[in-house]
Design a protein around this ligand. Sequence first.
Ligand code: CO
Length: 212
Amino acid sequence: MEKSYKQLLENNKKWVAEQLEQDPHYFEKLAKGQTPEYLWIGCSDSRVPANQITGTQPGDMFVHRNIANMVVHSDMNMLSVLSYAVEVLKVKHVIVCGHYECGGVSAAMENKQYGLIDNWLRHIKDVYKMYHRELEGIADEKLRARKFVEVNVMEQVYDLCKTTIIQNAWKNAQPLAVHGWVYSVGDGLIKDLNVTFTNEKELHSVYKYKVQ
Ligand code: CO
């Protein structure tokens, strides 16, 4: 236990040495600031590391992760990350990336109690209710869970577009696209759900804010 924990610090020293060998100014450059093009909203699942699976490096991606990659519009953490990424860093792409075999999504399909987390999973249950006909039409439980993962990502994409943060960026003609992806833990591939938004046109009128 103790050994494996100390190993992380050893790994860090090795990594620093490797980076410096490739570029002696690597950390000097990073210390000057960040201009990432992407905001990643993903699951906390240890099998879905944002940088590794997209071949991106430190400085490339601003990252927010929570259980089941949720965009809960009263979540101050998510809103602060989104606001900073869009308004200050001016990222060009916001990517919601879900993943198959998501424990949070599976738990939201069940009736078992897990404790405090049930309140977080409630947001996912609300998505289930919206799509219950389509989901219950899928007899195979595994396939139903996969579909649930996909529609959950789609709803989180819509929820991002409903925020004034995203809408104001579009109103200011800031180039910004919101995407929905699903990562497959089983084969490592990312599927683009093709639910990319670059304006609020497709949103229901009740969610469209006027220019302030
Ligand atoms: Co997950």
